[in-house]
Design a protein around this ligand. Sequence first.
Ligand code: BMA
Length: 833
Amino acid sequence: MKEFLTLSAGWQFKQRDQSMQLEEDFNLLEGWNPTSVPGCIHTDLLGADLIPDPFYGMNEQEVQWVGESDWLYRYFFTIPDEFEKRPALDLCFDGLDTFATIWLNGKEILTTANMFVPYRVPIRGIAKVGHNELRILFESALRRGKELEQQYGKRAAWNTDTSRVYVRKAQYHYGWDWGPTLITAGIWREVRLEAYNARIDNIFCPAEVSEDLKSATVPVSVEIVNASSLPLSLNLILFDHYGIAISEATIPISDSKINQIFEISDPLLWEPSGRLGAQPQYRVEARLLYGEKELDNKACKFGIRRLRLLQNPLEGEEGSSFTFEVNNMPVFCRGANWIPADSFTTRVTRENYESWLQLAVTANMNMLRIWGGGIYEEEAFYDLCDELGIMVWQDFMFACGIYPAHPEFLKSVKVEAEATLRRLRNHPCLVLWNGNNEDYSIAQSLGVYDVNFEGDFTATAFPAREIYERLLPESCARLDPTRPYRPGSPYGGADADDPTQGDRHTWEIWHKQMAKYQDYRKFEGRFVSEFGMQGSPTLETLVSFLPPGELHHQSRTYEFHNKAPDGYRRLAVYLSDNLPTPANLEEYIYATQFIQAEALKYAVMDWKRRWQGKGKEYVSGVLVWQLNDCYPAISWAIADYLGKPKAAFYTLKRAFNHLAIGLDWASKNKATYWATNTDSRERNLTLELKVISLEGKELVSNRSEVTIPANCATELDELEFEAVEPLVIVAALLDNGEIVRCASLWQEPFKYLALPDPRLKITRLEGEVLLLEVKKPVKGLWLSADVEVQWSDNFLDLMPDDPQVIVASGLGEGTITACCLAKGGYIIKKFTA
Ligand code: BMA
């Protein structure tokens, strides 16, 4: 059998003392601190109480020396007896961050310069029976990057230090417009000893489904190391979703690569979340045999689905669609951009991933984009996405920069891409490989992108086209031919901002000209893969990182945690355009979350309206920037660093629902309304329209029956009324007399509406089920509590005579605080229900 030993507990580390020879520094008995692996230098220092919490207050500034220093790690170990019986002995490093030199028993065995690459070093002959010593030097990535920059020349990059483009390390570690500058080093993924005769290196199961979805072919390929060392055979068993073995083959091994094709009739298909069907997975188990003796085994899970990225001509409009089709049905993609869930990624547990991904599913999302300035995520992330039906758009790790393409860099990127493809390609959740984030945008802004140039990219001012247009597509085609690849995001051919083809990042709102968020529809794309608006974190999260004297929205520390250089100024503009000026922190939190929630609602509703059925997929997806935070920041995240949803989470959840109703002004006294249905079922419902005065008087009310066809938006009609007083228009869809969706349309900006006190009443129906009633219309009623509560819905628009029932899980005997707009300002009231 193959033997394993994980080297996790018992490591030691210390800061490199540059006044000493390296050898002497390692030999010194003093100064070493205990730690375990995986981790990073900041968490190691935190664990040893040697630095303050870099997330608290302005401590980030106090710990910058950590990223500027070199670090030493050492580990003593004995090799177990049974390892001696195997001819091969390897030391495996799944991830080293980033510039490491490694010695085993005094002999240099490895130097590294790419945190995304796993390394395997044969150490038979170097490792000894008895005591062994492993030494690692991590050099400052900041310093090494600057040396490379000096050697090869300074290149442009958005967000922080430009030397980052030379370093194959998570780019957000250098700081971003939502994240601190914390340049880590260390052993960030597992370290293992492996001893074996022969072993299974890799299994790949690129299942292909027939066009009629009735059968699937599964060509299994298995790579074996030391295949010819002994007369070996490989036993393969295919299991279905229920764990029942459905096919088996045993193949004598004559080559390091074994191929076997399995056929499956009537396969169970993997479906994205929110559709009929589930997320079944098949499994292949491989056993490497020497006679009857098992030398190694490995299993591989995979899903079966027919995936296509369609870019077809559109009826009556320029350009082409950008539509994901799964199992022959086009999907409207609803989701968000994912950034690493912590500045120190080794702190993110499976439970953390689970709660983030569950939050995404609760918000009716079916896609996440793993943004290119972070990391290729941990196995648990993709496993959970497989299980939950979250489609993953995977960027390669390049973001907002003009990356180099000298031979050494290309070589490193190739190894990185191949390792990543091999690791992730069996996951059914993965639907797209994408070359980079916004590198075409920056090249375009510098005038160095010429779409017609086809020669040697490395000799141009945009050299990394060699990576995005040659190296990566070639690696993808060779190692993962079943998935689409795109050079970049956004990418529209000649123009990265092209609204008529490819994907688009819509930043005319918030960045660029700071257009009004009510105008999102003017800045659409065929697939909007980024757009967003900032909102404050919740009070609890603010309390966790703001020192008591700084607990104010205009304090130095509050603004320090808004990493967008002009973030608070931009927020101030959107606030003053729309809402009364907040008088205190609580009002400010509410008001900025209000702005974010409203902005995202406008965007999603406007763009979903343009998903109009076959040949008219004018917009096929919306991914909000951003789902999560890596640090307690004032950012675009829809839930803050501690995972607490902001108001935008609830508006998105409603707008991302398969069924939604939209309202818009056609003129002062006329409104249009439409419905969106991204589900495969047609719906027959009752539509109710009302015009209500702000004092709660019903001015118009009518009902009609509507049919809402499947998987498209439907324009319904127009409503004309007499525009006599400030009023609100309400549209509701009812199923068997019960309201299933509703929307309201107000005469904006809200700052001009002197909304009356809605006279909210909260009644506890039973347990944690609450009834909410108002006497006057209220916009964006926000509920919070003095205990941890999960609200089934929140940030609600409520109308008189339309009581709403919500569930407040965890409320117990807690006190509720309700906040809303009223009387030209805000009211905040406490309730005991
Ligand atoms: C985008 C992203 C990030 C950035 C965000 C907010 O375009 O790609 O680089 O954090 O905008 O500014």
